[in-house]
Design a binder for this molecule. Structure first.
Ligand SMILES: NC(=O)c1ccc[n+]([C@@H]2O[C@H](COP(=O)([O-])OP(=O)(O)OC[C@H]3O[C@@H](n4cnc5c(N)ncnc54)[C@H](OP(=O)(O)O)[C@@H]3O)[C@@H](O)[C@H]2O)c1
Length: 347
C-alpha cells in the first residue's frame, strides 16, 4: 500500500470494560493488516473510563509501539490515568478520527454515551458504537447530525455485533423489499435457553453467562428481552429510515418461563428461542420480542449457546439467513473494527 493512500486515523475510546479492553487488544493484533490491506493506520489518542482518562499526546501509533498499549490494560496503579480529563477538552487536540463508544447501555436517557457521540459528530469525528442506549433514545437525531457533518455513525457493534445484520440488509439485500425479519439477537438469552433445554436451571445458566462476560452490565436487559428489543428497533429504523421508539416494540422475556412449556417443548423435540421480529404488512410494521418453541424446520433451530442468527424474508431474494457471530467482547470489538475499516476503505 502506497503511503500517500494511507489514512492516518486517531481513535478516542470511551468505555474501557469488557468490550473496550477487547477492542484495544484486537487493534493491537490487527494494526499491521489494517495498514497493509486496508490502508488504515490506527493510533490511540485517549481512553475514557467513568472516573478517569488516559490521554496520549501525540496519539500512540500502534504500529510503532505495540507494547505501549500494555500499559493501559487493567493496571489500576498506572500513573498516566488522570481524573480531571473531559472529552470536550481532549478532542480538540487531534485531527478528527473515530470515536469508539463502549460505555454501558442506558436506554432511558442515552447516558454519557449520548453526549459523547453528539460531541464527537459535532466536532467532525466519525463514530462507531457498541452502545445501544444513545441510538435507542435518539437514533434519528444522531443520524441527522452525522449527515449534516458528512460523517459516518456506524452501529454494527450495537446491532448483534459479530453477526452481520445491518450490513446484510443494507448491502447484500439492496434493492429487495424486506417484508419480515426474525432473529436470535441476544447471546445471553440464547445461552440460557440452550442450557435450560439441556436440563439446567435458569439461575445457574445466568451465572454461567455472566462468567463468560457476555451479559449486559445490567443482565436484566438480556433476560427481560430489552436488549433484543433495542436491536429490533435499531435494525428496523436503520433499514427503513424510520423513527420508531421502544414503546412501539411488544416485549417478552425469559426470566419466568412456565416449566410446563419447557417440558412440552422438550418432549416434541423443539427448542425454546427468544426471537426479535419485525413484520411489514403494507405500510404497517409489527415489532416484537417473543419466546417461541421452534421445530427442526425453522432456519434458526440449530442456533444454540451464545450464537446468534437472523432471517430476512424478501420479495425478490426469498429467505436469507445468517448464522454465527458468537456473542462475546472480542466479537463485538471485531464488529467495531470492521465498521472503522469500512468507513475509510471507500473514502
Ligand atoms: N459485553 C459484550 O459482549 C457486548 C456485546 C455487544 C454490545 N455491548 C455493549 O458494549 C458496551 C460496553 O459493554 P461492556 O461489557 O464492555 O461493559 P462494561 O464491562 O460494564 O464496561 C463499561 C465501561 O464504561 C465505562 N464508563 C462508564 N461510565 C462512563 C462514563 N461516563 N465515561 C466514560 N466511561 C464510562 C466504565 O468505566 P470504569 O472502568 O471506570 O467502570 C467501563 O470501563 C455496552 O453498551 C454494551 O451494551 C457489549
Amino acid at each position: 500500500m502506497n503511503n500517500k493512500d494511507m489514512h492516518e486515523v486517531s481513535i478516542i475510546l470511551t468505555g474501557f470494560g469488557n468490550v473496550g479492553k477487547a477492542f484495544v487488544d484486537l487493534v493491537q493484533k490487527k494494526a499491521e493488516v489494517c495498514r497493509t490491506k486496508y490502508g488504515v493506520s490506527l493510533s490511540l489518542a485517549a481512553v475514557f473510563r467513568s472516573q478517569k482518562a488516559l490521554v496520549f499526546s501525540p496519539a500512540l501509533a500502534l504500529k510503532d509501539n505495540p507494547e505501549g498499549l500494555n500499559i493501559i490494560s487493567g493496571d489500576e496503579g498506572i500513573p498516566g490515568w488522570k481524573e480531571d480529563r473531559r472529552l470536550a477538552d481532549v478532542i480538540e487536540n487531534y485531527a478528527p478520527g473515530v470515536l469508539v463508544e463502549c460505555t454501558p447501555t442506558e436506554s432511558y436517557t442515552g447516558g454519557a454515551g449520548l453526549d459523547y457521540i453528539r460531541l464527537a459528530l459535532d466536532k467532525g469525528w466519525h463514530v462507531v458504537t457498541a452502545n445501544k442506549g444513545p441510538l435507542v433514545v435518539d437514533f434519528f437525531g444522531l443520524m441527522e447530525r452525522a449527515r449534516l457533518k458528512d460523517r459516518c455513525l456506524k452501529i454494527s457493534g450495537a446491532t448483534a455485533a459479530a453477526l452481520p445484520t445491518l450490513d446484510v440488509a443494507l448491502y447484500a439485500l439492496a434493492g429487495t423489499e424486506i417484508v419480515r425479519m426474525e432473529g436470535i439477537l441476544n447471546g445471553t438469552a440464547n445461552y440460557i435457553l440452550t442450557r435450560i433445554g439441556e436440563g439446567s436451571d435458569y439461575l445457574t445458566a445466568l451465572s454461567e453467562a455472566q462468567k463468560k462476560g457476555i451479559t449486559e452490565t445490567d443482565p436484566a436487559k438480556d433476560v427481560q428481552g430489552w436488549d433484543t428489543a433495542f436491536k429490533v428497533l435499531l435494525l428496523t429504523n436503520a433499514i427503513f429510515d424510520l423513527s420508531f421508539s421502544l414503546q412501539d416494540v411488544k416485549v417478552e422475556g425469559i426470566s419466568e418461563i412456565d416449566p410446563g412449556f419447557i417440558r412440552d417443548c422438550r418432549e416434541k423435540g423443539e427448542k425454546l428461542k427468544l426471537l426479535g421480529r419485525m413484520e411489514k404488512k403494507e405500510d404497517r410494521f409489527i415489532l416484537e420480542v417473543k419466546l417461541l418453541s421452534l421445530d427442526g424446520s425453522h432456519p434458526l433451530y440449530n442456533v444454540d449457546n451464545t450464537e446468534k442468527g437472523i432471517t430476512f424474508e424478501t420479495d425478490t431474494m426469498s429467505s436469507v439467513t445468517v448464522i454465527g457471530g458468537k456473542s462475546d467482547p472480542q466479537g463485538t470489538a471485531a464488529a467495531l473494527l470492521k465498521d472503522i475499516i469500512n468507513i475509510y476503505r471507500y473514502l
